[in-house]
Write a protein that binds this ligand. Sequence first.
Ligand code: SF4
Ligand code: SF4
Length: 267
Amino acid sequence: MHLLSRCVSRASTPIKRLSWLAVPVIAFGGLVYPWLGLGVLVIMAALVISALFRGKAWCGQVCPHGSLFDLLLVRFSANRNIPRFLSSPAFRWGFFAWFMAMLGWRLYGVFRPGLDWGLWERLGRAFVFQYLVFPTAVGTLLALTLNPRAWCAFCPMGTIQEVLYRLGLRLGLTRRTDRRLSWRAGGACSRCGLCGRVCPIGLQPYRGLNTGEGTLHEQCLRCWTCVRSCPSQALEANFDFEPVSEATNARKGRPPVLDSGGIGRDP
Ligand code: SF4
Ligand code: SF4
């Protein structure tokens, strides 16, 4: 289904159009100037804060690797479906544990007494290695051979963001900041499925969206490619979520509720 994404360009933002530049600067420039690796700490801090208020909007609108995958590598990708197991909780949390163990081991080496390099340089070098090997090398390999966003299915930073988003929802932090996908004119939807075929991570926006809640799918990147691609202009991104109600759906001309739990993947 993702063959279509070769001809449907992905939605972008001014930041996203340029943020991919951070990848070569940090991953390759960091080999010469290790302190550039400290930029990874800035990125991690920004995505953690962003997740509390806006879910995975960072991944869809700002992330340097997301930008690299969506705007550059998509042209050369095999554009196959992302295998379901990559986004399964078992795989994602298993990879998360392994990734964090590796990072912890590297940081242990940084803070070990008796080394004569500067602390910041050692710290930067540890992050450069992690950044170069995983999202850059593994992510690029997966993008070319599988799907541009295959790495994102199990990216440890994405996994952290989903947990923090749930926390933000519980604390009410998302109320004024979280734009979600919802119907602009649900009655206009022809069920053509195009929104699902262009979604970078294989979600099916039109399934279950007719609850009127806006999507609560934690993995939605808020990239709005589906909104821009819908031929019926049936979708929009907004802050206005109404409680699930058949009466509201009928009043707003939305189709009746088919699924619960927000947008889904292919059955
Ligand atoms: S692309 Fe638009 S019309 Fe087609 S299924 Fe999605 S929401 Fe409905
Ligand atoms: S559902 Fe729409 S906004 Fe969410 S990731 Fe897919 S294309 Fe982007």
